[in-house]
Design a protein around this ligand. Structure first.
Ligand code: 5GP
Ligand code: MN
Length: 348
């Protein structure tokens, strides 16, 4: 039991977190960035850090590549996030004027998109990496890359506690950290959850945050169109590869349009495929105007991070990865099948 606690505690990082606090206090202009198509963890960690930094330094902005899905539009501070996609010049100026820049919840600059990623990478600001993805390629002044930790938001909590500022944890900050931990752990159920995760959750709840409301807003709130789209996908489009523990769904723009698709509407669909008995690998292909967005999920000894990085310009975690293809959706899913049939998993 103690071993588990020690494995996950961040005491060895205390000096790093104190250094980060010192840099926050003395910086002139701070920018917080996170990855494209922000999820609960990137939004939660960005906004929690924003609110924490504001207690020391007023010159701090969150700049993200693009908008979050509608499921997150209820977040109080969502409109304070500056979007590169909508306000390119303004965001470039903020990045160029910054002397301290946080890279949250991503391990390489291409996760920001090619253009925004280039500006961030080449800016002269000091970088601080706080992330939990494998194989980070970002060189930073302080690099807090912790792949055993379930979410970046958990690391924001560690920053607050380990730098000696726990008395500044208010309900607003706690809500954002809770959001990030809750979404990246699938409501505290993934193997990455540790006793420390629950210990942190307990400290967050002590601020009186409305955890049931946060959960309901994310996981139990749907539009009728979203439910119908997911049902259609499963009834009409689910394909199980013959004699293989592999299932896939692909959805074209014209199908998405039938259900007034909004970003985020297919969230969770790939996990539904994975939940089918005997399925060990699930793939979801979503056609967009720019290309095909791919999500992979897997179980047990089947890993998908390499499948995504080697073949689909992506990456991620062992059991949850994603990628992108500029080919047509048909070619993309056929290429996926060919990779599988060529024996990708035979070595297991
Ligand atoms: P999702 O399927 O939810 O979009 O992504 C699952 C995980 O895969 C994310 O947490 C992220 O780590 C990774 N991921 C998704 N898309 C990409 C991508 O385009 N590039 C990389 N490197 N990782 C991705
Ligand atoms: Mn994350």
């Amino acid at each position: 039991m103690y071993k588990l606690l020690n494995e996950h505690n961040m005491l060895g990082r205390k000096e790093d977190f104190k250094t980060v606090l010192g840099l926050i206090k003395t910086a002139k202009n701070i920018v917080i960035t996170s990855h494209k198509s922000p999820d609960g963890d990137s939004l939660g960690s960005s906004l929690a850090l924003l609110k924490f930094i504001q207690k020391f330094n007023a010159n701090v902005l969150v700049c993200h590549p693009d908008q979050a899905s509608v499921s997150f539009h209820w977040l109080k501070d969502i409109n304070s996030i500056h979007l590169f996609k909508d306000n390119r010049e303004e965001v470039i100026k903020f990045v160029q004027e910054s002397d301290l820049l946080f890279c949250l919840d991503y391990n390489s600059f291409d996760r920001l998109g090619e253009e925004f990623g280039g500006f961030v990478q080449n800016s002269g600001s000091k970088k601080i990496l706080i992330d939990h993805h494998q194989n980070p390629t970002i060189s930073a002044e302080v690099s807090i890359s912790e792949t055993a930790i379930a979410s970046t938001s958990e690391l924001i909590f560690e920053l607050i506690e380990q730098s000696g500022q726990l008395d500044l944890l208010d309900q607003e900050i706690a809500r954002y950290i809770y959001l990030g931990i809750m979404t990246d752990t699938g409501s505290f159920r993934f193997p990455s959850v540790s006793s420390r995760t629950h210990e942190i959750a307990a400290k967050l709840l002590e601020t009186g945050l409305p955890h049931a409301v946060i959960h309901e807003s994310i996981f139990d709130t749907n539009t009728l169109d979203r439910i119908k789209l997911k049902s259609y996908a499963i009834v009409e489009k689910l394909e199980i590869l013959q004699d293989l523990p592999i299932g896939l769904i692909y959805l074209e723009v014209k199908e998405l349009n039938q259900f007034n698709y909004q970003k985020g509407d297919t969230e969770g669909l790939v996990n539904t495929i994975l939940s089918i008995e005997n399925i060990m690998v699930a793939a979801l292909f979503i056609e967009t105007d720019e290309g095909v967005k791919i999500s992979f999920r897997s179980k047990g000894s089947y890993f998908v991070n390499e499948l995504a990085s080697v073949n689909f310009n992506g990456g991620g975690h062992k059991h949850a990865a994603g990628g992108f293809s500029a080919e047509s959706i048909f070619l993309t899913k056929e290429r996926f099948k060919a990779i599988i049939l060529s024996g990708f998993y035979n070595s297991l």
